[in-house]
Design a protein around this ligand. Structure first.
Ligand code: OXD
Length: 332
């Protein structure tokens, strides 16, 4: 038998390894959420699609297989190393943690979670903040500590201003209004035929002069960062109560203390901070005008969110329109 020339053998083995690689190539989902336990996400996704290969950061051994990524505060720059990436899903409602990574290609679609359970929890949290002020709960708790029976001023009349009237803010408006509270909305864009009195950006001062409870549910964008600052607080009705459930970066924290000291604000109910976890030495811990919780207002439930993550993966695979897609230039 004639000997196969060396060069052909070489080509043959290259082709073999190429096809072998192609055959074993599997699209996969990368879960990247450093500092968070990914187990409940893995379980929720596996229950719905046991065949989808999942790689969990930092053990992403086949980066070329990553076509989909599910992320929460990923290390900046990592997503652009997946050359076959087709879709990025946020683990939460917010996407500011993704959009701050400027290395992500501008045409990669990003989707976020819009979920009834998330909305339900957020609305209930805001209602709790509003009721705390309206029914003076912190005040009566202080009286309890002093064993003081004081029935004066049991309620404060409130009119609530919601900054950010998207999926979450819209539900908060509906539920508070249903409970009988007067409500108004504020947002950066113009809106026609909005169900509630609505103020756009140019009428911020007017909006602030109408309300004595201010709820921030705005998306974090370059335009909304630090919007809760002393200049804004000066335009509020004296003694306004602030509820911030959006992002810590909306609030200039020293300005909150200043506004409380000056009486522009009378108290605050906070769930988010510039730095999380809130450092032990932070003055907010000891300020009894502030009620604080550790970013728990509305935590994504992986079981509830997994179906829409997989729905989007399937839509992407078959080139169909995605749901809850982020408008990249708008930033939310
Ligand atoms: C979110 C959050 O964006 O939890 O969902 O902050």
């Amino acid at each position: 038998m004639q000997e196969v020339p060396f060069i052909l053998k070489e080509i043959d083995s290259k082709l073999f390894s190429y096809f072998n690689f192609k055959l074993s190539f599997q699209m996969s989902l990368a879960i990247i959420c450093p500092g968070k336990n990914p187990d409940s996400w893995i379980q929720a996704i596996r229950e719905l699609d046991p065949d989808l290969k999942i790689q969990v950061y930092p053990e992403i051994n086949e980066p070329e297989e990553v076509e989909f990524a599910l992320v929460w505060q990923h290390p900046v720059g990592i997503l652009s190393t997946f050359r076959n990436l087709k879709l990025i899903s946020s683990m939460g409602a917010g996407v500011d943690h993704i959009l701050t990574d400027k290395s992500i290609s501008a045409d990669l679609p990003i989707v976020r979670i819009v979920d009834e359970k998330l909305t339900f929890s957020m609305t209930n949290y805001v209602i709790m903040g509003v009721l705390n002020f309206h029914r003076r709960l912190s005040h009566f708790q202080e009286n309890q500590e002093k064993k003081l029976w004081d029935m004066s001023d049991p309620e404060i009349d409130v009119k609530i201003g919601i900054m950010g009237v998207g999926a979450l803010g819209g539900d908060v408006l509906d539920k508070l209004s249903f409970m009988g509270f007067p409500v108004v909305g504020f947002g950066f864009s113009e809106k026609e035929n909005f169900e509630y009195p609505y103020f756009s950006k140019a009428r911020l001062g007017e909006f602030l002069s109408e309300v004595n409870v201010l709820v921030c549910l705005l998306p974090l964008t370059p335009e909304t960062e630090s919007i809760l600052n002393i200049e804004l607080f000066k335009q509020c009705k004296p003694g306004t109560y602030l509820v911030n459930v959006a992002r810590g970066k909306h609030l200039v924290e020293e300005d909150l203390t200043l506004a409380l000291d000056s009486g522009y604000l009378s108290g605050a109910f906070l769930d988010v901070y510039q730095k999380e976890p809130l450092p032990e030495e932070h003055p907010f811990w000891e300020d009894n005008r502030i009620t604080l919780t550790p970013h728990i207002a509305s935590v994504t439930n992986p079981k509830a969110a997994a179906p829409q993550i997989l729905e989007n993966i399937n839509r992407k695979k078959t080139d169909r329109a995605l749901i809850n897609c982020v408008n990249r230039p708008r930033g939310y």
